[in-house]
Structures are given as structure tokens and as C-alpha cells.
Design a protein around this ligand. Structure first.
Ligand code: FAD
Length: 492
């Protein structure tokens, strides 16, 4: 019963006793970790969330693009595992009551240009072969020709169709609404017996000898604009998983004193309205838990366009009758950075300057970006967005936090691609916690684990040393510029 599983406020009393696992953070890493542990390992799990679910987290404002294409074929496998969950959650999670993670089957395409980026055609062909036929590469002219007329016309209003030579097509791709995904996973967790302490912030870690054995949480309520601490509680557990999004760096520092090369890079996802000059065609998509009866499935009417990943580092995905779009950059900011807005022709707008500069640069290739429908906003609050929580390889990871006696673990740092991989990375962490040997895990390589690189730096490491990791390899760093698409022309 949810009433015995969800705790918030001054009078909340958590069940007594030691937990098997505490999960800090109820985003797209924390919730699947909690679910898999409770469902597959019968663990007694408490999720501690600073807000509600879905709250003010990164996942709520994600672009939510779901695809499986990556240059690393092991990452493809993990993305494929996660995508099955997004597409068919009730069956894949094995829950009694139907859940919906907000998947909309728009299809997806990576639009590339072999003339501008020599070698990219060979790379996307290699990826398509590596997926065993789940993806295919199509010459742009053939792709456009095969589209139904309405979708073809809309695509031409979004982008210059002559600006690409080929498309890596994913017919099972699309996007999810982040808030819906969290709501569905929350319901699945309740179904599996997971408990939740909401409006509860982990403030300190409890140490016994060399081991971390628990946390101190503060439960809060809002008093006017301020937070008022209404309860303080110590909770013990055998294991603790840090899945706090951009709070994770501070949590690692507090738990172990160690530093991480992970930084915020704030990204906005402006809306493009279906203004008269866009005149986007609309269509119906079937959404909701399939096989659960028509009561759960429904049709939603939205723009008739695929989810688009473009070689000019711009992406678009359907949102209502229009689109949202994003661009890729890695401006590294403090973890509490909030967007500042920018200026066009001397006028203040809500869009950050880094996006405005990109927008103006790529506009000639994208009619929709020059349309009246683009929302530049008056203040940053007018434009949805969130923090890419960056690391130098631009891929999320899971692993053990050193200096905690083997009790504290990490999941996250999804950069611009952490949503589609979240449930898969969570599964890898749960395999680790369950003692599955690396060779027998979903993937044997450390492509999505802390072992792929140095992740935890000893106490005293300076910010400059950590930032240095984001320089290209030739300059002594380890940045491999994958972009949000996770596809790069193979080197060497
Ligand atoms: C604008 C934007 C677009 C994106 N687009 C895509 C995309 O199209 N496809 C894709 O795959 N990925 C995308 N991403 C990336 C993806 O959304 C993120 O990697 C992912 O959602 C991060 O999830 P998380 O669980 O790590 O963090 P969050 O969702 O932020 O969850 C962490 C939770 O931890 C809680 N917390 C933090 N500290 C504490 C504490 N001390 N105590 C208790 N609780 C705490 C927070 O309140 C929060 O609820 C995008 C990201 C952004 C910002």
C-alpha cells in the first residue's frame, strides 16, 4: 500500500530497522535502480528524494529522445535494453498494474552529410550492421521519396533536405516525456515494495570505522519562499547508491572527500510553435501500455515529423503541434548554475547566448529556426531546460565510490544522452551490486562503468585539474567529442 511506503512531512516515521539499500535521488537513474533491486533481488529499498516525484530534476526537462545508435556497440546493447522498457514497460518490468513511461513512436533519424564529414557514411553503416538490422542507412533522396507527402512537406519546413546525403534510420525510435517516465517508474517501484522519503535531503553520511553505514536526512516543508527543516533522521543501510543528478558531485565529496570530473552544462530546449509560416502537418500516434486493453491505449495528435538528430549538432523532436530543439555545446559551469539569457540585436531574450550564437549560425539550413514560431523568451524562466551533467567521455557511468568501505555506489552523469540509457545503466549497477561477474553482465566491457577511466580523484584535487580532463586528448585531456548523438567518425 502506497500509504505505508511514502513518507513526507514533520510527522512521518520511517519503518524501523536497517535497509538493504538507500537510493539517493528519484530521477531516471535512481528509480530503476530501486525497482530492479526490489523486484529482482527482494531487497528492502528506501529512495530518498529532495523533492517530489516527478520533481524539479533534470529528467523532468529532458529532451527524452529514445534511440539506440552509438559508435560503441556495447552502448547500443544497453540502449536497446532500456528502449524495450520505455516501449513496453508493463511487460518488461513485469508489474501487476499497467504503467506508461510516455513513449511516443515518432521514429528517429540521424541525418548525416558524407561530403561535409568524410567517413561518417562508413561509420553509420558499421553501426547499422552492428545492430543486426534494427537500424538501416538510406540515401537521403530515397528516404525523402519514401515519406508520406505530409511528413515530407513538414520535414522540408524543418530543414534543408539537400543538406544531408544519408539517414541512419531507427523505425522504433521516438521520445518519452520525462515526467511521465518518472511517474510510471514510481508506480512500478511502489508495486515492487520500494519505500520513499520525499522532500528529504541527504545532508551527512554516517561512518563506522572505515565504512559508510548510513545517512542523515533532513525533511523539509515550504514556508513562504524558504525551506523549513521539519525533521532530521539517521537511516542505516548496507549499501548506498548516489543517483542525485547534478547533486552527485557534492554527495561524493561529502561521503568520501573525493572529487569528480563532472560539471554542469546548462542546456535549453526552446519550443517552436506551429506558426502559419511553419504550417506543420499533424498526425496521430498511438501511446500508452499496449496489450492492456483500449482503456489504457490512446491516440495523441501531434506534429507529423520524426525525431531528428542532425549532423550540424542540432536536434528536433515533436512537442504538441510543434517542436522543441536543442544544440550541443559543453560550456562547463558550476553545479548550481542557472541560465542567464542573452541578447539579439540589443534585445534581451531568455535564450542563453551560447544557443543564440549557434542558432544564428545554423539558421540558413533550418527554415523552422527562422520562423515566427521560435520562442526566444523574455527571461530564462520562459524556456525549458536543464543541466547536462557532463564528464569527458560524454556517456553516463556507474561504479563504486572509493574511500567508503565498499558501501557507496554511483549512477549518473548522463551528459546529453543519459535518459535513454538510464534504465540500462541502472541494470549494470544492480548486476554489480548482486556480484554478477563482469563477463556475465549485460555488457562485459566498462563502456558505461567507472572502470573506463579515472573517475574519482583524491581529496585536494583542484577544479583546474578536473577541468583539464575536458581538453582534447592531444592537449593532455581525455575529451572525446561525441556530441549528444554519441556517434563520431572512427579514428585511427
Ligand atoms: C535539456 C536537456 C535535454 C536532454 N535531452 C536528452 C535526450 O534527448 N535524450 C537523452 O537520453 N538524454 C537527454 N538528456 C540527458 C538526461 O535527461 C539526463 O542525463 C538524465 O535525465 C539525468 O537523470 P538523473 O537521474 O541523473 O538526474 P535527475 O533527473 O536530476 O535526478 C536526480 C534526483 O536527485 C535528487 N537529489 C539530488 N541531491 C539530493 C540529495 N542530497 N538528497 C536527496 N535527493 C537529492 C534531485 O532532487 C533529483 O530529483 C537531456 C538533458 C537536458 C538537461
Amino acid at each position: 500500500m502506497a500509504a505505508d511506503q511514502v513518507f513526507a512531512g514533520r510527522d512521518a516515521r520511517l519503518p524501523a530497522g536497517r535497509w538493504d539499500v538507500l537510493v539517493v535521488g528519484a530521477g531516471i537513474y535512481g528509480l530503476p535502480v530501486a525497482f530492479f533491486l526490489a523486484r529482482h533481488h527482494r531487497a528492502r529499498v528506501l529512495v530518498i528524494e529532495d523533492n517530489t516525484i516527478p520533481g524539479e530534476c533534470i529528467t523532468v526537462n529532458t529532451g527524452g529522445i529514445i534511440r539506440i545508435a552509438y559508435s560503441d556497440l556495447d552502448v547500443v546493447r544497453v540502449a536497446g535494453f532500456a528502449r524495450e522498457i520505455y516501449r513496453n514497460p508493463t511487460a518488461r518490468l513485469g508489474v501487476a498494474r499497467p504503467v506508461h513511461l510516455g513513449f511516443v513512436p515518432t521514429r528517429w533519424g540521424r541525418f548525416v552529410n558524407e561530403d561535409a564529414v568524410p567517413g561518417i557514411l562508413a561509420e553509420v553503416t558499421r553501426i547499422a550492421r552492428g545492430t543486426g538490422g534494427r537500424l538501416r542507412v538510406v540515401p537521403m533522396a530515397d528516404y525523402v521519396q519514401a515519406l508520406p507527402p505530409a511528413r515530407r512537406a513538414t520535414l522540408g519546413r524543418i530543414m534543408d533536405l539537400d543538406d544531408c546525403t544519408h539517414v541512419l534510420v531507427d523505425d522504433d525510435g521516438g521520445f518519452c516525456d520525462g515526467g511521465t517516465a518518472l511517474t510510471g517508474l514510481y508506480e512500478a517501484c511502489l508495486d515492487a515494495g520500494v519505500c520513499f522519503s520525499l522532500y528529504s535531503s541527504v545532508r551527512e553520511f554516517v561512518r563506522e570505522g572505515g565504512r559508510i553505514t548510513g545517512v542523515v536526512l533532513e525533511r523539509w516543508s515550504r514556508r513562504g519562499e524558504a525551506r523549513e527543516i521539519v525533521a532530521r533522521e539517521t537511516v542505516s543501510a548496507d549499501r548506498i547508491v548516489l543517483a542525485g543528478g547534478r547533486g552527485n558531485g557534492a554527495l561524493v565529496r561529502r561521503a568520501a572527500g573525493w572529487e569528480m570530473p563532472t560539471f554542469t552544462s546548462f542546456h535549453q530546449v526552446p519550443f517552436i510553435r506551429n506558426s502559419p509560416d511553419n504550417d506543420f502537418a499533424q498526425t496521430r500516434y498511438r501511446v500508452g501500455p499496449p496489450g492492456a486493453g483500449r482503456r489504457f491505449e490512446t491516440d495523441v495528435e501531434m506534429i507529423d515529423a520524426p525525431t531528428i538528430s542532425h549532423w550540424r549538432d542540432v536536434y528536433f523532436r515533436p512537442e504538441g503541434s510543434g517542436l522543441i530543439f536543442g544544440t550541443h555545446h559543453h560550456l562547463l559551469q558550476d553545479d548550481d548554475y542557472e541560465p542567464a539569457g542573452g541578447t539579439i540585436d540589443g534585445v534581451r531574450v531568455g535564450l542563453d547566448q551560447v544557443m543564440i550564437d549557434t542558432l544564428l549560425e545554423v539558421m540558413p539550413h533550418f527554415p523552422a529556426l527562422a520562423s515566427q514560431g521560435v520562442n526566444l523568451g523574455r527571461t530564462p524562466a520562459d524556456i525549458a531546460g536543464g543541466a547536462y551533467y557532463m564528464n569527458p567521455e560524454e556517456l553516463p557511468f556507474e561504479g563504486e565510490v572509493p574511500g567508503t568501505g565498499g558501501t557507496v555506489f554511483y549512477a549518473g552523469s548522463g551528459c546529453g544522452t543519459g535518459f535513454k540509457l538510464g534504465p540500462g545503466v541502472a541494470w549494470l549497477l544492480v548486476e554489480r551490486l548482486a556480484g554478477v561477474p563482469p563477463a556475465d553482465r549485460l555488457i562485459a566491457s566498462p563502456a558505461l562503468s567507472a572502470e573506463r577511466a579515472t573517475y574519482f580523484y583524491p581529496p585536494g584535487t583542484s577544479r583546474e585539474e578536473l577541468l583539464r580532463q575536458f581538453r582534447p586528448v592531444a592537449e593532455g585531456g581525455r575529451l572525446v567529442d561525441m556530441g549528444a548523438a554519441g556517434i563520431a567518425v572512427a579514428r585511427g
